[in-house]
Design a protein around this ligand. Structure first.
Ligand code: UD1
Length: 342
């Protein structure tokens, strides 16, 4: 018998890569997704990669009745991985209520429905944004969290606080929160990857869309930060490495290896790269010049962020294996396939 895992938001960017890794590690997957920022076509692509088409339920997790019903139907699941959330930082500043409603109602409905059905494992998709502007680097899980700059980021911080309170209430919930640094890259097949709706906020999709001719030029937001070349430093991590960490987190919960009922791990490589490092590596990988211009700083950007990877290594047995070259070349392969419609 395979262990069944419910993956909310499993058709999305990180969700779909995690579903592939789960299937390849012999788990049965049920995807719950409202396709608000993804397409059903992802299921066919997962089938092409793994030979298995996961069960799919088109559901809005804000709908309490529907959520309860689907968890009742799949009450033999061992754990839930929660990716379902809106994630555009700029949009969240414009529409805070939409973000709080979507990201938090769906979380509350998921937690209460899974607990009603005795499903104790819960893996939460969090973000390094909860550290705000860190005072010390590398960032360890002991670093204080701060109120994030955006409502999107704040939904991640509040969600972690909700999980913590639920666990303290003797609910039997067993949870792991994974704080991602900057996920980029795509599956080596070029069949799944990031599909930003509209104009991308994030650096990597903006670069690939510029190179492919969809955007005129990349704006580099400031070169007067206190870093080696003046552009901000981030810890970019390959999405496939990230996906593998979720499989290890599921296993840790199922095998009852947790040392506390709520554990938090940073997921990064521990290496920091500047915006210009990314541009230079992209130009190297593609052997072409990228059209870019240095402009004003973007509000809310932090000069330097990179993870301490120690805890994830010690407890989850996880380290990122893929280097920046692999991250960028896979993002590029995905973008090209996307534009050629295959
Ligand atoms: C952003 C979010 C973070 C979220 C993460 C998801 C903010 C402040 N933070 O992180 O909450 O969890 O995305 O991946 O938005 N850059 C440019 N030009 C661009 C786009 C980006 O120069 O067109 C620069 C930024 O200034 C930054 C770096 O590239 O220094 C990375 O930006 P981005 O990909 O948006 O990620 P973060 O801002 O680190």
């Amino acid at each position: 018998m395979k262990n069944k895992i419910i993956v909310t938001g499993g058709c999305g960017y990180i969700g779909s890569h995690t579903v592939v890794e789960l299937i390849e590690n012999n788990y049965e997957v049920v995807i719950l997704d409202d396709l608000s920022n993804s397409t059903e076509d992802t299921l066919e692509r997962i089938l092409k990669i793994t030979g298995t088409k996961p069960t799919f339920v088109n559901i809005d997790l804000k709908d309490k009745t529907a959520t309860k019903a689907v968890f009742k139907k799949h009450n033999d699941a061992e754990a839930v991985i929660n990716f379902a959330a809106h994630k555009a930082v700029g949009e969240s500043v414009q529409k805070p209520l939409m973000y709080y409603k979507n990201n938090l109602y769906s979380l509350l409905n998921t937690l209460s429905s899974q607990l009603e059905n005795g499903i104790k494992g819960f893996i939460f998709s969090s973000s390094a944004t909860v550290y705000g502007t860190p005072e010390t680097l590398p960032i360890t899980e002991e670093n204080e969290t701060q109120r994030p700059f955006s409502p999107y980021g704040n939904t991640k911080k509040i969600a972690e606080e909700i999980i913590d309170d639920v666990i303290k209430s003797d609910s039997k919930l067993q949870s792991i929160s994974l704080r991602y640094f900057n996920p980029i890259g795509a599956h080596e097949s070029g069949l799944i990857g990031e599909l930003p709706s509209g104009v991308p906020n994030n650096l990597m999709p903006y670069i690939t869309q510029t190179a492919v001719g969809l955007r005129e030029k990349l704006m580099v937001y400031g070169n007067d930060y206190p870093t080696k070349d003046g552009t901000p430093i981030r810890d970019y991590i390959h999405v496939v490495d990230l996906a593998k960490a979720h499989v290890l987190a599921v296993k840790r919960i199922i095998d009852k290896k947790q040392e506390q009922p709520f554990e938090i791990f940073n997921l990064g490589t521990g290496n920091g790269f500047s915006v210009l490092d990314i541009i230079n590596t992209f130009e190297e990988v593609t052997n072409s010049k990228l059209n870019y211009e240095i402009t004003e700083r973007r509000a809310g950007d932090v000069p330097k962020l990179f993870a301490s990877t120690k805890l994830a290594k010690e407890k989850l047995g996880w380290t990122a294996n893929k280097n920046l070259h692999e991250m960028i070349s896979s993002s590029w392969k995905w973008e090209q396939k996307l534009r050629n419609n295959n």
